[in-house]
Design a protein around this ligand. Structure first.
Ligand code: ADP
Ligand code: MG
Length: 233
């Protein structure tokens, strides 16, 4: 589904260059649940932005769904993103002055889905995530756990091929964090490919592959460690 080869990415501010990704290779297959770990500043978010086509790399090649996206215009990229990708962030990134239902509806508006279908799909996803009773509330009136549910609903409403999650449990207590990980695991089991950045060793274990980054380089890959019942509880 995704192939990154020899990716190089640096940020330049006032002649100071920070290398964020250095000769990075990564392949993600359909159905994978990849956890990306590493210390702060090692390039995890940069990698996710490149995979999510929110940022471009300086050199190297990136293929998404086997498409040569390097040749795509900004408009074509925006279409590709809005039809295939769901993003989940640590800070939820909901629109403050839109209700829960309106936040979830946004990606469908971008994709020009008709009103009737929008209603039905928003309704269905709210029911699936048990947030229907909050449909007309504003995000600020919800707990962190509920806000992240809304963000997940917004990511899911387009039925994305790929979900990108950047520290999705970073702002949640352990109970809500476990709930989010349970949801992601369930989605993955239903066929959605997931790439998740996390600081948490426990969360990382939910993936079927763990990738470690250090100073913009991949340092190891390890096979899945079978979860114990205790970690699931
Ligand atoms: P992580 O998510 O692993 O903490 P990031 O991908 O955010 O790491 O950052 C990797 C490196 O690139 C860091 O040294 C960071 O300071 C730098 N960096 C990230 N984004 C920018 C930016 N927009 N401008 C300048 N430097 C940046
Ligand atoms: Mg980060």
């Amino acid at each position: 589904m995704i192939t990154l080869k020899d990716i190089q990415k640096a940020y330049r501010i006032h002649d100071i260059e920070t290398v964020a990704l250095d000769s990075l290779d990564l392949t993600v297959n359909q159905g994978d649940f990849v956890s990306i770990m590493g210390p702060s500043g090692c390039g995890k978010s940069t990698l996710l932005s490149i995979i999510g086509m929110l940022d471009s790399c300086d050199s190297g090649s990136y293929r998404f769904l086997d498409l040569n996206i390097e040749a795509y215009s900004e408009n074509q990229l925006a279409k590709l993103r809005s039809r295939n990708l769901g993003y989940i962030f640590q800070s939820f990134n909901l629109v403050d002055d839109l209700t829960v239902a309106e936040n979830i509806e946004l990606p469908l508006l971008y994709n020009k889905v008709g009103k009737k279908q929008r209603r039905a799909r928003v309704q269905a996803i709210m029911e699936r995530l048990s947030i229907t009773h909050r449909a007309n509330h504003l995000p600020q009136h919800l707990s962190g756990g509920q806000q992240q549910r809304v963000a997940i609903a917004r990511a899911l409403v387009i039925e994305p091929k790929l979900i990108l999650a950047d520290e999705p449990t970073g702002n949640l207590d352990s109970e809500n964090g476990t709930e989010v990980m349970r949801l992601l695991t369930e989605l993955n089991q239903q066929g959605t490919t997931i790439v998740m950045v996390t600081h948490s060793e426990t969360d990382a274990q939910f993936g079927n592959r763990i990738v470690h980054l250090l100073d913009g380089k991949m340092i190891s890959r390890q096979p899945k460690v079978v979860l114990s019942e205790v970690q699931y509880a």
